[in-house]
Write a protein that binds this ligand. Structure first.
Ligand SMILES: [Zn+2]
Length: 189
């Protein structure tokens, strides 16, 4: 996907020294990359929504009928808030290293502050905050670039257009060309 200024401008930190509040950094050639302040903002918005999803009372949860892509127009019933919370956890676990995920789980999922995390995980304060910044940037990018349904923009996750889904498994190529079955014509004595 291509990052544009119209998207990053609203997310960038106004006082950022790197992007000067524009949200884009120049990459190799003419390519542009999102600034780390934008990626962290994306992560924080998704995290806030995750907290909203898991803290609401169970009776508030809504069931929605979502159309399926393709010819099948029957749709599927789902609970979007629970799906978002599950995607937030599963995508994070899949993306982060084991070390980063331990910090993510302790700080973001279990709610421990930096002092408790450092004590529990035997980390220096600087190491902890560097790792938190790094994992926020990593997850912010993945939440935005995930195909076909990114977690961000959050409104698109809940009310966005239906996209076709393809299998992530590689196509199976037969080792030998397919031959029609040979029928035995010899009569058994
Ligand atoms: Zn920036």
């Amino acid at each position: 996907m291509e990052w544009t200024r119209s998207e990053t401008l609203a997310l960038a930190a106004p006082g950022c020294n790197i992007c000067l509040g524009l949200g884009l950094r120049m990459g190799h050639g003419d390519s542009t990359n999102p600034c780390n302040c934008v990626l962290r903002a994306i992560f924080r918005q998704c995290f806030e929504h995750f907290r909203d999803c898991i803290s609401q009372e169970k009776f508030v949860s809504k069931v929605t009928l979502d159309p399926l892509p393709g010819k099948d127009r029957r749709g599927a019933w789902g609970r979007k808030d629970e799906e978002f919370a599950a995607d937030f956890c599963l995508v994070s676990k899949r993306t982060l290293t084991e070390f980063e995920y331990r910090i993510f789980r302790c700080h973001f999922l279990l709610g421990a502050d930096w002092k408790l995390c450092c004590q529990k995980l035997q980390l220096e304060r600087g190491t902890f905050f560097h790792a938190v910044y790094r994992l926020e940037q990593k997850l912010g990018r993945v939440f935005r670039e995930l195909e076909p349904y990114g977690l961000f923009p959050i409104t698109d996750y809940f009310h966005g257009p239906i996209r076709s889904v393809t299998s992530s498994l590689p196509a199976v190529v037969p080792i030998q060309p397919h031959n029609p079955p040979q029928f035995c014509t010899r009569r058994i004595a």
